[in-house]
Design a protein around this ligand. Structure first.
Ligand SMILES: NC(=O)c1ccc[n+]([C@@H]2O[C@H](COP(=O)([O-])OP(=O)(O)OC[C@H]3O[C@@H](n4cnc5c(N)ncnc54)[C@H](O)[C@@H]3O)[C@@H](O)[C@H]2O)c1
Length: 415
């Protein structure tokens, strides 16, 4: 049987990471790339590493005609236009078996809904990429603790955080392009994984009903004049005019529809985590049991003293968003696998082959967008957002956060 052919739209940071994931699964090739920048380089990587016969295509439509499924790995602001081009290609006969989209599905609930509707219009199976739910560590603790949970009852509290020192491209920092700051960028991960680990083992991913969201957004580092100036020089984004939050935290409350039990997921995200590099920290507490996962605890560390630091290799080879190149450094040898990229891409391919959605589909991605946007609204108003209130549901449908409108200065503190 011929290998399943994947096409990537976008060849930047996540495109390169996902190519490393494709290298670790069977029966799948990276066969095409379409991107404004970096396509030749990514195709060369694929061809040099036996990921398949990879061709660069000049348009999304052309790519769709030569592969089995496409993955949207382009910036958040380009989602709708790209999805429209995919749907047009399918309507004109492109034989696609599925479409993948990276998080966040939309910058607003309305945008996420548009993506859901467009995929339905083209009758395309979908996969929403939320890698943390596919992390082997997250899956393993759930399997390990399933019998304990059956006896003792489900987890009551999950705490999830994703933090690093800040994104690599200017568009992430610009709230009008990205859809907000760190809450829009990484809060979606932490909210999703919190919801997932709280869900009783074996139940569907949306089994627990989201009841309410309370959140805070702040600007703790990148609003200080020295760091604002650095950001402007490095990324071309002026936080004295259009600031975004570099810290967000909050609580989502869920209800078990069978037992009425309330459980809570706390999330914390920052772009001001000046430690070794990216850290994912999740824990869960149930009656009489618990789990904890910390991605910075690797079995491998290297030490580079001051005298040797001149000769150091690129520190990001050791760890995503590494901030130091000397001292005691954490090294993760297979980040594509650790963070769940390998398992999410395998899941999408296997399901698309059978004509099905991935484990997480676009409709699920929209629910995550809804929770994220509810968190922005809560932070803006200083109030808890109750999700079952019909008036609140209608407010959220057309809600666009002040921060994403470029009006963050009205609510964030600039020093
Ligand atoms: N799951 C994760 O951990 C994770 C990590 C990083 C990024 N992401 C998501 O992946 C997406 C891409 O992020 P990135 O870090 O790779 O960004 P990036 O800026 O590094 O790369 C974006 C790529 O898309 C291309 N592009 C831009 N507009 C395009 C268009 N209209 N048509 C085709 N190509 C276009 C660019 O040329 C570039 O190749 C974002 O939505 C981001 O939120 C997810």
């Amino acid at each position: 049987m011929a290998n399943f052919k994947l096409g990537f739209i976008g060849a930047g940071f996540i495109g390169k990471f996902q190519a490393k994931a494709v290298a670790q699964i069977r029966g799948c090739d990276l066969s095409g790339v379409c991107a404004l920048k970096g396509a030749q380089e990514l195709a060369a990587y694929a061809n040099n590493n036996n990921l398949g016969d990879c061709t660069v295509y000049g348009s999304v439509g052309e790519l769709c005609n030569h592969v089995d499924a496409v993955a949207i790995f382009a910036p958040n602001f380009a989602r709708i236009q790209i999805m429209q081009e995919i749907v047009d290609a399918v309507k004109s006969g492109a034989p696609l078996k599925g479409v993948i989209c990276e998080k966040p599905l939309g910058r607003t609930i309305a945008e996420a809904q548009q993506l859901v509707d467009l995929a339905r219009e083209a009758k395309l199976p979908t996969a929403y990429f939320e890698n943390q739910i596919h992390m082997k560590g997250i899956r393993a603790q759930m399997e390990q603790l399933a019998p304990v949970q059956a006896t003792m009852g489900p987890l009551g509290l999950a705490r999830s955080s994703e933090e690093h020192s800040g994104p690599h491209e200017g568009w992430f920092w610009d709230p009008t392009k990205q859809g907000g700051g760190v809450l829009s960028d990484m809060g979606c991960h932490s909210i999703a994984v919190g919801w997932y680990v709280l869900t009783p083992y074996g139940k569907p991913v949306t089994f627990l009903e989201p009841i309410s969201v309370t959140a805070v957004t702040s600007l703790l580092k990148w609003g200080i004049p020295k760091y604002r100036a650095q950001l402007l020089a490095r990324m071309g984004v002026d936080y004295s005019k259009t600031p975004a939050e570099d810290f967000a935290t909050g609580m989502v409350t869920f209800r078990n529809p069978e037992t009425g039990q309330l459980v809570q997921a706390q999330f914390t995200n920052s772009w001001m985590y000046d430690k070794q590099g990216l850290r994912l920290l999740m824990d869960g507490l149930g009656p009489g049991y618990a789990f904890e996962l910390n991605s910075l605890r690797s079995p491998l560390e290297v030490f580079i003293g001051d005298e040797a630091a001149e000769a150091v290799a690129d520190s990001e080879m050791a760890l995503e968003k590494a901030t130091a190149s000397r001292g005691l450094l954490t090294v993760e040898t297979n980040e594509a696998d650790l963070y769940g990229y390998v398992d999410e891409i395998q899941d999408a391919v296997e399901n698309f082959k059978q004509g099905k959605d991935g484990f997480l589909n676009f409709a699920y991605g929209m629910e995550i967008t809804r929770l994220c946007q509810a968190a922005y609204l809560s932070a803006e108003t200083g109030q808890t957002v109750f999700l079952s209130d019909p008036a609140m549901q209608s407010t959220l449908k057309s809600y666009k956060s002040l921060i994403s409108q470029g009006r963050g200065a009205e609510i964030l503190h600039l020093t």
